[in-house]
Design a protein around this ligand. Structure first.
Ligand code: F6P
Length: 242
């Protein structure tokens, strides 16, 4: 595991973007696993800057998003499809037909999950999986549980997650109670994992996830088993790391 801590958000964003852009420069057909939430916004901004400067093209790349809410219209401003369009897809040349996000409005969600896993398998291994971290240690929307699920599945969001994500909605009652998420098995199969965490409120969970026991109670702790994990932290999130 390679943990880097940054004093400046700008440097953190640049480093995150350099990893993504560098991969696609050397492997234009790269398969990217993408995340949403507040954490990666600055990194995507920097990726867009690099694209606009002609440093990289995503024309041959493929992406798979980690998760999507159940029951939000794809056009709803807080759907993860809207988020991805707003922060990344509308500004780069990644073909829309290869920018996959699970469909949280599918009439049969189990079938949609199976289809999503088939598409990931057909694309080959995910080369780089970008991750944020939930306050409860979730990755994607894999919430703490007695057992974690390998593939894409429907998940009931934890109360902490509903509370954390209420900031994106008018109130907590508007936050969808369920989501589709890639499973931990798929995440761990990625060739490289890039975990990004910001903020003092995540210092404790960062410490538990990266140095504590490996347990399904802290899904991110399973990342300790990954052979190629890079972690980018801002100073506050890295406060408890020696
Ligand atoms: O970056 P945030 O908004 O703190 O969210 C943490 C994580 O939880 C999620 O919202 C759930 O997948 C992720 O998108 C994010 O990485």
């Amino acid at each position: 595991m390679n943990v880097l801590t940054f004093d400046s958000n700008e440097k953190l964003n640049e480093t995150g973007a350099n990893i993504i852009v560098g991969l696609v420069q050397t492997n234009p057909r790269a398969v990217l696993g993408l995340a949403t939430g507040g954490t990666p916004v600055g990194v995507y901004e920097q990726v867009v800057n690099d694209f606009k400067q002609g440093l990289v093209s995503f024309k041959q790349a493929t992406s798979f998003n980690l998760d999507e809410y159940v029951g939000l219209d794809a056009g709803h401003p807080e759907s993860y499809r809207s988020y991805m369009k707003h922060h990344l897809f509308d500004h780069i040349d990644l073909p829309a037909e290869r920018a996959y996000i699970p469909n949280g409005n599918a009439s049969n969600l189990e079938e949609e999950c199976a289809r999503y896993d088939e598409r990931i398998a057909a694309a080959g291994q995910i080369d780089l999986q970008l991750l944020g971290l939930g306050h409860n240690g979730h990755i994607g929307f894999n919430e703490p549980a007695h057992a974690l699920i390998r593939g894409t599945h429907v998940v009931d969001l934890a109360q902490e997650t509903l509370q954390a994500n209420a900031r994106f909605f008018n109130n907590i009652d508007e936050v969808p109670k369920q989501a589709l998420t890639m499973g931990v098995g798929t995440i761990l199969k990625a060739k490289m994992i890039l975990l990004i965490v910001r903020g003092a409120d995540k210092a404790e969970i960062v410490h538990r996830a990266l140095t504590g026991p490996i347990t399904t109670d802290v899904p991110a702790s399973l990342l300790q088993t990954h052979p190629h994990l890079v972690v980018l932290l801002d100073r506050e999130a890295g406060r408890l790391m020696a």
